[in-house]
Ligand binder design. Structure first.
Ligand SMILES: *Cc1c(COP(=O)(O)O)cnc(C)c1O
Length: 412
């Protein structure tokens, strides 16, 4: 008989996801428990939103203290929480100004609006003609404008008409970026590592080259670090690996400490200055509750040196995964604790592999059919990395004998 929670969700919830068949009811640190009390290691971290682990006591304390004090006022008024949060955010990232939003997609939309208005009002591009260059394989959220510049057919299918003003270049190819720049180009929007595309790491020095090209053509470099930012790749920002500073920076996911949706668009002064009162906003953006939690999350990231831990643990995990010998493994790639393992679909789909990993007490998620993502909370320890590696190794060892309960997805 089907689990009641699954039946209800299937019955009432839109079928815009295809969850693994596990019903989670609690979490602590890197661990999750299902309804029957079975424990799983979280190697997904809610697409990198849970970088601090589940229910981090410091963050839960900040959340509950602020929730009982003052949660939401809207930015029609000042609050005593927003300024200190954004001060720390700007100081840590080296960006002078921040605009708080909620979801990553909203922060990306904010970046697009800023870039276009800067293009028209500051760079002098004729009104309504500014263009933004994006990369093939990009993922920046699910709004109509954003899916409009996606190269993924399914993300677009049926959802048009789409917004004009985007040009697409191959990811990782700086020469292609330069060739695509025209007098109408306002910005280049790029993920330092493409997450949803399958953890695609560009060639060494790519971002530094893009920085130099953007400087030469007076084009804004906007980094979408919603997934790669805040320690995930072993540095505070993935763009730090290239030693460059973008003109616009988009953060989200982990910024909410795994408790709330908190995102932000950060920018250099003259870019953020295009926004004047009434230009842009969000009812919940920058609310005192989000600000208090975001502030606590940033402090934790800094005090616990989680980027350094991500660097060390990421190396350990990457080395361990690369040591696994199995003909189904095509490639293991990533930086810090953002790692993808590309599997040969002739052997097993990434989805099937995730179902098997689940049997071994590891929760992860496939991305792009062939890639299994390994992105645990940044607080993970060496012992837990080793335990995960053992379970992953075991999953590969048992690959040719499908467990009986998975036979409905028959294994080739
Ligand atoms: C997840 C993601 C987004 C969108 O964030 P949401 O909070 O889901 O809207 C944008 N950009 C990147 C790189 C992401 O990984």
């Amino acid at each position: 008989m089907k689990n009641h929670a699954i039946t209800l969700e299937d019955r009432y919830c839109a079928h815009n996801y295809e969850p693994l068949p596990v019903v989670l009811s609690s979490g602590k640190g890197i661990w999750l428990w299902d309804q029957d009390g079975k424990r799983y290691m979280d190697m997904m971290s809610a697409y990198s939103a849970v970088s601090f682990g589940h229910s981090h006591p410091t963050l839960v304390a900040a959340l509950s203290k602020q929730a009982s004090q003052l949660a939401v006022v809207s930015r029609a008024f000042y609050s005593d929480q927003l300024g200190p949060f954004l001060q720390l955010l700007c100081e840590m990232t080296g960006m002078p100004k921040a605009l708080p939003m909620n979801s990553g997609a909203e922060a990306v939309e904010t970046a697009i609006k800023a870039a276009r208005k800067w293009g028209h009002k500051v760079k002098g591009i004729a009104d309504q003609t500014a263009e933004i260059i994006v990369c093939r394989g990009n993922f920046a959220g699910r709004t109509t404008t954003i899916v409009g510049f996606s190269s993924e057919a399914q993300y677009r299918d049926g959802f048009g008409p789409f917004s004009d003003g985007f040009a697409t270049v191959p990811f990782g190819d700086a020469a292609a970026l330069e060739a695509a720049i025209t007098p109408r180009t306002a910005a280049f929007l790029v993920e330092p590592i493409q997450g949803e595309a399958g953890i695609i790491v560009p060639p060494e020095g790519y971002l530094a080259k893009c920085r130099e090209i953007c400087n030469r053509h007076n084009v804004l470099l906007i980094c979408d670090e919603v997934q790669t930012g805040l320690g995930r790749t072993g540095r505070l920002l993935a763009s730090d690996h290239d030693g460059i500073k973008p003109d616009g920076l988009i953060l989200g996911k982990a910024l909410g400490g795994g408790l709330l949706p908190v995102s932000a668009f950060l920018a250099r002064e003259d870019l953020m200055a295009v926004f004047t009162p009434g230009d842009h906003g969000s009812t919940f953006g920058g609310n005192p509750l989000s600000a208090a939690v975001g502030h606590a999350a940033l402090r934790l990231l800094r005090e616990e040196k989680l980027a350094d831990n991500a660097q060390r643990m990421g190396e350990r995990l990457l080395t361990g995964l690369r040591a696994i010998q199995h003909p189904a493994i095509r490639q293991v790639r990533g930086k810090g604790l953002l790692i993808g393992m590309d599997l040969d679909p002739g052997f097993i789909s990434a989805r099937q592999f995730c179902e098997r990993l689940m049997q071994q007490g590891i929760l992860s998620k496939d991305t792009h059919d062939t890639v299994v993502r390994f992105a645990p909370p940044l607080i993970i320890t060496a012992n837990d990395i080793d335990a995960a590696l053992e379970a992953i190794q075991h999953t590969f060892s048992s690959l040719l004998t499908p467990p009986a309960h998975l036979t409905e997805r028959s294994y080739a």
